[in-house]
Design a protein around this ligand. Structure first.
Ligand code: NAD
Length: 384
């Protein structure tokens, strides 16, 4: 399979020259506006990127890509070869969200393999995006929205869940058949050492950009796949002596996330455990409209998108919170282009706007000023 990201060269080769502020970059960004609130939130993220480009002297070139419902409307299918090829020619892809209201949208009259979500699974597979990163950060200003007990939320938290995305139970062999007259379903949970090694490497590298701690989550007291997971993660840890490794069983981790989330830096885990734990971690922040995510392959290439869906209930009404998408753009700068300073600038701008009391509807609280999608984007742009 061809690796995405201009055969993996990524932003490194995009570097043009060293200006006063450091390297000036020329980067090719694929943009999937998507469905529902997607186009509104992506528009704001692009404004933010343009401000970063202006301030720091970079050039971002954008290629529009169709995925999900928007692709079904044009081509009858949620993902085309053209989209895959164009995405592969980019250094990274920024996405809004895809999908519609399952009860009312004609997209859901189609067979499952032709629905919007199939496009997302398809592009993740085609681009070999095996590592999914979801940060869960509690903003001081949004503490009131956190559903945890006050003494727990007072400690704050800032963690990143790294979930294996292309292996395990969701991709293993499955069947449903009658055995001795009884309907029986089987799903297979399998991992090989290569799959574990490449995601563990990513986790250790990202921990180095953070607070230097990896907690690997498994069920090694029961599952063979977990015992191999733990063995390989321990082997990999020897190459990263500066990163502290710990292990935790998944059931304990589910408890610890609500009892003491401050203990975590990077949580590394397999596909299904990560699916469940990352949703739990998102919910304890109390604000889905704030949560970014990234899916990476083994080059610098990544697909960056908010953790939330396409919110068809508020689409086109200037009500959506664009911050998750704007923070996803910051992740793109940090992880695909190594523009840490620029990513910091976006994150700091978001913090300032929240500190000044501006809120979209989903994070509104007493004494704050309500703003719509566009105004929130403009305020963040002003602070960069
Ligand atoms: P959702 O995340 O779209 O919405 C859940 C609730 O949160 C809604 O009330 C919505 O208004 C609100 N919300 C979500 N994002 C918001 C934002 N940025 N600002 C303010 N409020 C926000 O989840 P859902 O309703 O279960 O799914 C809607 C569609 O999105 C479905 O078609 C689903 O398949 C799709 N979806 C796509 C992705 C993706 O593109 N990666 C992820 C999840 C769901």
């Amino acid at each position: 399979m061809q690796t995405a990201g201009r055969k993996g060269t990524s932003a490194f080769l995009c570097k043009l020259d060293a200006g006063l502020g450091g390297m000036c970059m020329r980067c090719k960004i694929g943009v999937i506006s998507g469905d529902g609130i997607g186009p509104e939130i992506v528009r704001e993220a692009r404004e933010v990127l343009e401000k970063v480009a202006k301030v720091y002297g970079h050039t971002f070139e954008y290629t529009e890509l169709l995925l999900g419902g928007a692709s079904i409307d044009v081509y009858g299918i949620p993902l085309t070869e053209e989209t895959i090829e164009k995405a592969k020619a980019c250094d990274a892809v920024l996405m809004g969200s895809i999908g519609g209201d399952a009860k009312t949208s004609p997209w859901y009259q189609l067979e499952p393999s032709k629905r919007p979500e199939a496009g997302l699974l398809g592009i993740r597979k085609a681009l070999n995006l095996f590592a999914n990163l979801r940060p869960a950060y509690l903003y001081e200003e949004l503490r009131a929205a956190c559903p945890l007990r006050e003494d727990i939320s007072a400690a704050g938290f800032d963690m990143l869940i790294m979930r294996e995305l292309t292996g395990g139970l969701y991709f293993g062999e499955r069947k449903t058949e009658e055995v001795d007259g009884v309907l029986t379903a089987v799903d297979t949970l399998s991992y090989n050492e290569t799959e574990i090694r490449r995601i563990a490497k990513r986790a250790f590298e990202i921990a180095r950009k953070r607070r230097g701690k990896v907690c690997s989550v498994d069920k090694a007291n029961v599952l063979d796949s977990s015992r191999l997971w733990r063995k390989i993660v321990e082997e990999m840890a020897k190459e990263y002596p500066d990163v502290e490794l710990s292990h935790m069983y998944v059931d304990n981790c589910a408890m610890q996330l609500v009892m003491n989330p401050a203990q975590f830096d990077v949580i590394l885990t397999e596909n299904m455990f990560g699916d469940i734990l990352s949703d739990e971690a998102s919910m304890v922040t109390g604000s889905i409209g704030m949560l970014s995510s990234a899916s990476l392959n083994d080059t610098k290439f990544g697909l960056y998108e908010p953790s939330h869906g396409s919110a068809p209930d508020i689409a086109g009404q200037d009500k959506a919170n664009p911050i998750a998408t704007i923070l996803s753009a910051a992740m793109m700068l940090r992880y695909s282009f190594d523009l840490d300073k620029e990513a910091d600038a976006i994150e700091e701008a978001v913090r300032k706007v929240l500190k000044e009391g501006y809120r979209t509807g989903d994070i509104m609280s007493d004494g704050c000023e309500y703003v719509g999608t566009q105004k929130m984007g403009e305020l963040i742009v002003e602070k960069i």
